[in-house]
Write a protein that binds this ligand. Structure first.
Ligand code: PRX
Length: 654
């Protein structure tokens, strides 16, 4: 454990203003502590109270937490509700005219929709899904651009109890195929194309390619939303979105589901080659996202909320499709990219839509600093009252810029630590309760028993690094890995942790008890705030006919946080000609783009005759990491079978 050491020494502390504290939902440290104490006194009673007060139940629950089949926990098991009802119908009596979504398209066109119309369109679409025979428990893949329709597709599934699995539009047809088959989906919802940065990027063709890769015979319907009006191929089971909803009623009685009914599956990378289908519940998940909207985003009815995440990631599930709608918020959703037509786009949108709460990722902040650090000053950002960050640790320089240049030194920053598996924020400031420091996600949310432990699962002292765990089950957590109970158990509840949830991150606490996330403990990279398994990229490379073996490591990157570096051994001889080597590297880079998606493309590929291995044949990744970073190799290489290979890889053409 002694080698988990933090290099961050940040002493600056920022307090919320008196005005902010006065208006906050959780106002002052004592209010935060009172919630924590309530949870400590009566853990299940605490969650039960919140679940009764926060959610609208069709049938109230009597059971709170069932731990008898741990780690397969059940919360509020005998209660019944519908998530889409909680997100839409719940607001119709008083807020039907309130704007739910402000959609800004890539070209700047703005479309607004209020709760009444959104409800009607979700109902129509849900009826359309039913007309195709889609029922409670069926899996539906959603492969769509950021759009009002993407939100409708997700809410429509939730309304009829179908389980959606959104696949990020940047993933390749191969990734799509794997998810369709793993989930045994009965339908795919897609668009002809997506528009980003002024370019038309096909989507439907990737669905067609996914089908050509193998048997997807569970899929009976492919629903296509016309976004770009471009030419696409057409098959028997295809149906246009507009034809599906034509003549459908705008009323649709929700399917009342039990609290534990799976709301969605979302695939994420792990330390093996195959992505994990993270399965979430209905009630526990919704409770988590709603509480974090109130506690962390300090949500107010007149807020204009903007989370920039795509619905293809967990952040877009929790803080676009479910959290803000369940709160009855007005939110901005954006089709395009932050740098088009220029790096002032976000700031222009904040000004135009009078955004109050802005939530984005450190990688976006860093790239916007680089492309136009002074640009925010050209816009009126005075509507902002709270800023958020997610996906990776935010470096103090980016934090300070975000705080001063975007937030005008007036807006607290909530640095939110959480994961696909936790469903909602776990460690994050309650901005009216605690002071913040650049680079730390501060303290756990009330009821979340986060701790740092050693390999034996024993808690370590403050200032020491260790594994981040959550000691008690919590309502919003992952319920299973779709179809793989054993992997679920092994990945998150290994025996050494004595029943605690192992997050896969290392962290330390400072003298104030604040958590500092240090990085992953498994073979998972964090590229632009997105999780990529090294094994996943390695198996993609190894699947290329030219490749005998591959090893992938991460290297710090100024904008992306981490960049992918691959070491590859070819089946044939290693080319002497640097041009030839570059050509092969380019071919392999594109190959990874096709196998997984553009985000997984290695920045650098080095060809070697071999990889550094121990005598037992294990690849010594720490040496590869040093080479990738251009560091001197100071580590012990005495167990290395083939030391000469290090020189070759160091000098390899990049
Ligand atoms: O390593 C942590 C990092 O992102 C991982 C979770 O990735 P994913 O499931 O894709 O979800 C990302 C959005 C929630 C974590 O295990 N991470 C996320 N947020 C932070 C973070 N690391 C440091 N600080 C954060 N605020």
């Amino acid at each position: 454990m002694s080698n988990i050491q933090s290099v961050m020494h940040e002493n600056r502390v920022f307090n919320p203003s008196d005005e902010f504290v006065a208006q906050a939902n959780v106002s002052g440290m004592a209010a935060y502590q009172a919630l924590c104490q309530e949870a400590a006194r009566d853990y299940t009673g605490f969650w039960a109270r919140l679940a009764r007060e926060t959610l609208q139940w069709k049938k109230p629950f009597t059971k709170i937490l069932d731990e008898s089949r741990a780690p397969f926990y059940k919360w509020f098991e005998d209660g019944e509700l519908n998530v889409s009802y909680n997100c839409l119908d719940a607001h119709l009596a008083t807020e039907a005219d309130k704007t739910a979504l402000i959609f800004e398209a890539d070209d700047g066109t703005v479309t607004k929709i209020n709760y009444r119309d959104l409800h009607a369109r979700v109902c129509q679409f849900a009826n359309g899904l039913k007309s195709r025979g889609i029922r409670k428990g069926d899996r539906v893949i959603i492969y769509m651009p950021m759009s009002i329709e993407a939100v409708i597709a997700m809410q429509g599934c939730a309304r009829i109890g179908a389980i959606h699995s959104v696949v990020f539009g940047g993933f390749s047809s191969k990734s799509l195929y794997e998810r369709i088959t793993d989930a045994q989906a009965c339908a795919v919802i897609t668009a002809d194309a997506q528009l980003r940065g002024g370019r038309v990027m096909p989507l439907k063709s990737a669905v067609d390619e996914a089908f050509s890769l193998g048997c997807c015979d569970t899929v009976r319907s492919v629903i296509v939303y016309r976004r770009a009006a471009c030419d696409i191929a057409w098959n028997d089971n295809n149906i246009w979105w507009h034809d599906l909803i034509a003549n459908q009623s705008s009323e649709c009685e929700p399917e009342w589901v039990e609290a534990e009914h799976p709301l969605f599956i979302l695939y994420t990378s792990g330390s093996t080659g195959k992505p994990k289908g993270v399965q979430h519940s209905s009630a526990g998940y919704l409770l988590g996202v709603m509480l974090s909207m109130q506690w962390v985003f300090d949500y107010k009815a007149d807020d204009v909320f903007w989370c920039t995440a795509d619905v293809g990631w967990i952040t877009g599930h929790s803080y676009v499709t479910y959290g803000p709608l369940a709160m009855g918020a007005t939110q901005v959703i954006f089709e395009g990219i932050p740098t088009y037509p220029d790096a002032g786009r976000f700031w222009k949108m904040i000004q135009q839509h009078k955004v109050t709460t802005f939530y984005t990722a450190p990688t976006a902040i860093r790239s916007l600093i680089k492309l136009g650090g002074e640009l925010p000053k050209q816009y009126d950002l005075s509507s902002l009252r709270l800023l958020g960050s997610v996906g990776e640790p935010i470096n103090p320089e980016a934090w300070m810029w975000y705080y001063n240049t975007v937030g005008g030194g007036r807006c607290p920053i909530v640095d939110t630590w959480w994961q696909t598996e936790t469903g909602c924020h776990m460690i994050a400031p309650l901005p009216g309760a605690m002071s913040i420091k650049p680079g730390t996600c501060t303290l756990p949310l009330p009821g979340i028993q986060a701790a740092i432990v050693n390999e034996a699962g024993e808690e370590v002292h403050d200032q020491h690094g260790g594994f981040l765990v959550i000691k008690r089950p919590f309502p919003s957590q992952i319920r299973n890995i779709w179809g793989d109970e054993e992997r679920y158990r092994k990945s998150y509840f290994p025996e050494e942790m004595h029943g605690a949830y192992l997050a896969g991150d290392s962290a330390r606490r400072d003298i104030d008890g604040y958590f500092w996330i240090m990085g992953r403990i498994d073979d998972v990279l964090n590229v632009s705030g997105h999780r990529l398994g090294t094994m996943e990229i390695e198996s993609a490379l190894a699947a290329n006919p030219l490749v005998a073996e591959a090893a992938v490591v991460g290297r710090p990157h100024e904008i992306k946080g981490e960049a992918v570096v691959a070491f590859v051994v070819l089946k044939g001889p290693r080319p002497d000609d640097p041009e030839k080597a570059r050509e092969i590297a380019e071919t392999l880079r594109n190959w990874v783009g096709t196998e997984i998606g553009a985000i997984a493309k290695p920045d650098e590929i080095r060809l070697g005759e071999n990889l550094p291995k121990t005598r037992s044949g294990k690849i010594m990744r720490r040496l590869l990491r040093a080479i990738a970073r251009g560091e001197e190799i100071t580590q012990d290489v005495s167990t290395l079978e083939n030391p000469a290979i290090l020189e070759q890889l160091k000098n390899a053409v990049k």
